[in-house]
Design a protein around this ligand. Structure first.
Ligand code: SAM
Length: 281
């Protein structure tokens, strides 16, 4: 059975299986969010006191945000969205997790900011938001929650004005091939079409936390990322790869410098992050 969730020319349907996967993932992210807001990882005290939660990679690569309208996809509970708002942008963040959006709205109010937050699946953005923005932004741990990137690129680039900037910074597909605990090569580099099902104990922001929930995720190769964005009208300007992550998420990384964590397999540094910037035609 196919549930039709969108109208118009493009086929944006989610099938019944996908809806079940997203339901499982939403429960996971609702539960994670409750832990994340109080975690040392997200350091709410520093954030409330004015710390910018964006990392040095995107701070160096993003265009000036002052006076720009910004669409932030998969914004989690809004720290990065609100950081960009504090930098002078007018931001709208979306996320699948109702808990994350509720927390983001509460933070926005607490800080007296005027960002907007909307709960929606990436694949249904067009049902909720019609506006087009100067900048579309998405970061760290996003595309793996989506079965295919064609609908992702369509939705995100539909929200971008012609001449506007698309910017993503994401974990590297090579990194997702490894089992992070035993450092063995375990997953395909390619999107097999089928999700990987895992039960995650704890969460990257607090590995000892008392949650154990199912998650479905998908691998995406560079060809898939690039072709989806090009197909939907992006002229790619630059792409960078980094041998470090600005976050310590596995617990087994080596710290090289501030916001630089290395993950080594057989003493070789894996590529951990990539960024991509382009202009919509
Ligand atoms: C790892 S977090 C993004 C991290 C973000 N850079 C941060 O640290 O705040 C991934 C986010 O994607 C959201 N998400 C997962 N699947 C989604 C979907 N299908 N549509 C929209 N959001 C989704 C989750 O709810 C979660 O908030």
């Amino acid at each position: 059975m196919v549930l039709s969730l969108s109208k118009g020319k493009k086929n944006l349907n989610m099938n019944k299986k996908e809806i079940e996967y997203f339901d499982v993932n939403q429960k996971l992210w609702d539960a994670k969010t409750k832990i994340h807001v109080g975690s040392q990882f997200y350091n709410m005290e520093a954030f409330l006191a004015g710390e910018n939660s964006l990392r040095k990679i995107e701070l160096a690569e993003l265009p000036p945000l002052e006076g720009k309208t910004i669409f932030h996809s998969q914004c989690h509970f809004g720290q990065d969205t609100l950081s960009m708002q504090r930098m002078g942008g007018q931001c709208t963040g979306i996320d699948l997790s109702a808990e994350a959006i509720a927390q983001a709205k509460a933070l926005n109010e607490q800080l007296g900011l005027s960002a907007k937050f909307v709960q929606t699946n990436v694949y249904e953005i067009d049902k909720h938001i019609e506006e087009q923005f100067d900048v579309v932004f998405t970061s760290y741990g996003v595309i793996g929650w989506l079965p295919d990137l064609d609908r992702w690129a369509y939705q995100l680039l539909s929200r971008l004005k012609s001449g506007g900037t698309f910017y993503m910074v994401e974990f590297h597909p090579a990194m997702y091939q490894y089992n992070w605990d035993n450092k063995q090569l375990e997953y395909s580099y390619f999107n097999t079409g089928e999700p990987t099902l895992e039960v995650e104990e704890g969460t990257y922001a607090d590995r000892d936390s008392d949650i154990s929930l199912k998650e479905y995720f998908w691998q995406h190769s560079f060809a898939e990322v690039f072709n989806a964005l090009i197909k939907h009208g992006l002229e790619i300007e630059s792409m960078n790869e980094y041998d470090y992550s600005p976050y310590q998420i596995f617990g087994t990384e080596v710290k090289r410098a501030e916001q630089e964590y290395l993950f080594q397999v057989n003493e070789i540094d894996l590529p951990l992050v990539f960024s991509l910037k382009g202009i919509k035609k």
